[in-house]
Design a protein around this ligand. Structure first.
Ligand SMILES: [Zn+2]
Length: 387
């Protein structure tokens, strides 16, 4: 018996372009093979398996990747501790998330650095939950006019020196391009391999398109914290629709009307949409008063809002977001799953190892039912959640 080799059988396996039955996924920390059940039973490898997982007819899917998530399980990235990140990581595993980018808020520079230091340390630790792939820096380089729940006292002009010591862990930066004269910051950061995501922006269409030509490659929570699409002023939303930008979507049906889910797919195709939660610490917790980036946030059954009613992140889970896409669009299961697995992996250039069930890739596997209720989550071959 090889202590490391396990397999999943009896499931409907969601690949990038199809769903397979009567196959067995053999894995250690990587996916070793996907074999026909008969071939598997007669193979040498079957004798080496130490653990057989029976999916009992449920779906076996690539683990979800959340590239915009502030907190969960009562903790927030900005709390700044490794133990806070561990709590978030374990809470996310319950929703089928096997990898994520802890996301910062606009706060004092020292607090942002503390959070970034914690992420850097946490990356070298082995958590019992979802894996940290890096960080999404949301703010402080945003627009005062579209600050959402961010504290405007800490908004600053884009400054590469601000982030220079952290380019090893920063995967995405949300930035208002109109705040970056000559797109100097955007060009510099893009040349270092960081994904520049246009968001919390008041940019007009022309500036947004110019920014796209200068290194912007994604948009943060499409339609939220940007001017509404107007036929005489298409703004940043118009630039997303016109260009080949990727874009994040909070598919809780509250941040964006569900009719737009299909409209966006029709306009942009399936390859550019990235489901995110933008979840805050109350995700998975009770209703009541919580904190997000130093602001008091009231949480009810559906939403999280600051005192003036502005939405402040969400309490959405990523499995629910995929379910909502299935419910409100014509997508098939493997297509909806791709929006939360291979698409985010591609955005951050990690699709060589993550984002789909493929021989040689990391064994990030989850099992869920028709309602997207998660039974089991596996990250790099380790069980991180079991119902
Ligand atoms: Zn935001």
């Amino acid at each position: 018996m090889d202590k490391n080799i396990a397999c999943i059988k009896g499931g409907r396996i969601i690949l990038e372009n199809e769903v397979l039955q009567d196959k067995v996924i053999v894995f250690n920390d990587k996916i070793i093979d996907i074999l026909d059940i008969r071939v598997y039973e007669e193979s040498d490898i079957a004798k080496k398996i130490y653990k057989v997982i029976d999916a009992r007819g449920k779906y076996v899917s690539p683990g979800f990747i959340d590239v915009h998530i502030h907190g969960a399980g009562g903790k927030d990235t900005m709390d700044g501790g490794i133990s806070d990140l561990r709590t978030i990581s374990e809470a996310l595993a319950e929703n089928g998330v096997t990898a994520f980018l802890p996301t910062t808020m606009t706060m004092e520079r020292e607090k942002i650095y503390k959070a970034l230091d914690a992420v850097r340390s946490a990356r070298s630790e082995s958590f019992s939950g979802a894996k940290i792939l890096g960080v999404h820096l949301e703010g402080p380089f945003i627009s005062r006019k579209r600050k959402g729940a961010h504290d405007e006292n800490h908004i600053v002009k884009p400054d590469f020196q601000f982030i220079e010591n952290y380019i090893d862990i920063i995967k995405i930066i949300t930035i208002a391009p109109e705040e970056d004269p000559g797109f100097r910051f955007i060009k510099e950061a893009a040349s270092r391999g960081i994904v520049l995501s246009m968001g919390h922006t008041n940019s007009d269409y022309e500036t947004a398109m110019e920014a796209v030509r200068n290194g912007i490659s994604s948009a943060t929570h499409m339609f939220n914290a940007m001017p509404a699409l107007h036929h005489r002023a298409p703004g940043a939303a118009g630039a997303v629709l016109y260009s080949d930008l990727s874009f994040e979507l909070i598919a809780d049906t509250l941040h964006v009307h569900p009719a737009l889910f299909q409209i966006l797919l029709n306009a942009k195709g399936r390859g550019k949409m990235i489901l995110i939660t933008d979840a805050m610490r109350a995700c998975g917790m009770r209703n009541g008063c919580w904190d997000l980036g130093g602001r008091e946030v009231t949480v009810d059954n559906d939403s999280a809002r600051i005192a003036d009613g502005t939405l402040a992140g969400s309490i959405l889970t990523l499995n629910r977001a995929v379910f909502n896409m299935l419910k409100h669009t014509d997508l098939e299961i493997h297509e909806a799953v791709a929006l939360a697995s291979i698409n985010p992996a591609r955005l951050i250039n990690m699709d060589g190892t993550k984002g789909s069930i493929e021989k040689g890739k990391d064994a990030d596997l989850i099992i869920f039912d028709e309602r997207l209720e998660v039974d089991l989550s596996i990250s790099e071959g380790r069980i991180i959640f079991e119902k």
